[in-house]
Structure formats: C-alpha cells, structure tokens
Design a protein around this ligand. Sequence first.
Ligand code: ZN
Length: 143
Amino acid sequence: MKKIEHLGIAVKSLEASNALFEKLLGVGPYKEEEVASEGVRTAFFKKGPNKIELLESTTEDGPIARFLAKKGEGIHHVAFEVSDIEAEMARLKAQGFVLLNEAPKRGADNKLVAFVHPKTANGILVELCQEVPSNDHGGQPLR
Ligand code: ZN
C-alpha cells in the first residue's frame, strides 16, 4: 500500500455532482470515463495531490445503483495505490480479507483494480489500484 489514490463517491447524477464538486473544489473534472463492464460513468477531480472519483450508475441494477438504493449518495470506496496488485491481493487474502475479484481487472483512469469486501474491512469497500504500464494499450482485462 503506497497511499490513498482516490476516494470514490456514489452520486445520482454525474452532471449535477460535477457542478457541485467544481464549486466545492474550484476546479472541474479532468477526465470523464465510462466503464461499461462495471455499469458506471466516472468523473475525476484532482486537487493538490488528492483525487476524487464520482461514480454514476449507467444500469438499473449495477453496483452503484444498488449502493445508492441501500445507502444513498456518499463515499463508496477508498482506493489505495499499490505497486504490485497481484502481490497485494495475495498478501491481503493470506491476512483473511475477502477479495471481490479473483484477478485484477481494468478500471477507470488507466488502472488495474481489485476490491476487498467491506464486510472484512470495517464496512469500507477497499479498492486496490495499480497504474497500467504505459506500454500496455490493450483494453482487455489481463488474463
Ligand atoms: Zn475508484
């Protein structure tokens, strides 16, 4: 674990929340990206060294839609940057954490990601993310 890479916030409307966070932070999103496999549209804000990811559901029953139905808008996950995601997944698994992914998958913002189940992490959905090496231009999940 190197540092907190970003906070993920579930929102009902990316358009409304982009405007809200622009007012809050004084800067607009630097990137918007749809991750079809996750059923989300995301927007990323950067302020100083810190990043915030807003997530809007693009499906009726995707993970963000279910989160909003259960808990409403708010912090959805805490993402930690790691240098070797597979090693970190193995380390956490050995420590008793339940992982939601068997293998890293392609997330937003040029990252490989994997999630730790909140039931094993004090109610926090933990995202591990590793920057995809710049020589890798594929859009397919690894393996
Ligand atoms: Zn995230």
